[in-house]
Write a protein that binds this ligand. Sequence first.
Ligand code: AMP
Length: 214
Amino acid sequence: MNLILFGPPGAGKGTQAQFLVETYRIPQVSTGDMLRAAVKAGTPLGLKAQEIMTQGGLVSDDIVLGIVAERLAQDDCRSGFILDGFPRTIPQADALDAILKQAGRSIDHVVSLEVDNDEIVKRLSGRRSCPSCGKGYHVAFDAPLQADVCDVCGSGLVQRADDQEATVRNRLLVYEQQTAPLKDYYKSKNVLCSILGMGAIAEIQQRIISALVN
Ligand code: AMP
């Protein structure tokens, strides 16, 4: 199954992707994760992407398309993949179409998670993670036992630079202007299903599964 998890930043794409990876045994392909890894490793690509990511803007299409094309060509994507955070612009969607067509493939489903903006700001500005073991937390909804300390390994928790409120607002604006139009794009291809992305995580998982089997 070739799947796109779609929605604004903070819609829960990463969380639901983990569940779908376990359910369908296909990999998550997150452009945000791949770009953050490149920034951390200090590669030339990471250095180019870093500033724009910190501001909450979009990294250029050619950088992102390069990493996606390379990733989708790997063996573990042969029986399917879950794209998370890609495509984010119409040119990216067109290019994805072309890459898949060349390989005789296409997108089967686009699951769009719908969450309102106030909820997103609350979710993202409270999000924290452990830089050592990767465990995620939220200061209000999933707090560590001791403030700012990882329950698992005791490291100090960090906030993503682009999760600060002003940057979150900018990311939402970019989403509205450049990414939301993709809903009509995929609707016209008859692959879009819109899911309410608010409520308990397990409820949202059920909504996604129901949409995928129908
Ligand atoms: P995410 O983790 O998906 O929220 O992505 C974090 C940041 O990485 C975004 O705010 C962008 O700066 C950059 N990014 C991730 N995916 C893309 C994409 N498909 N196109 C352009 N920039 C991206």
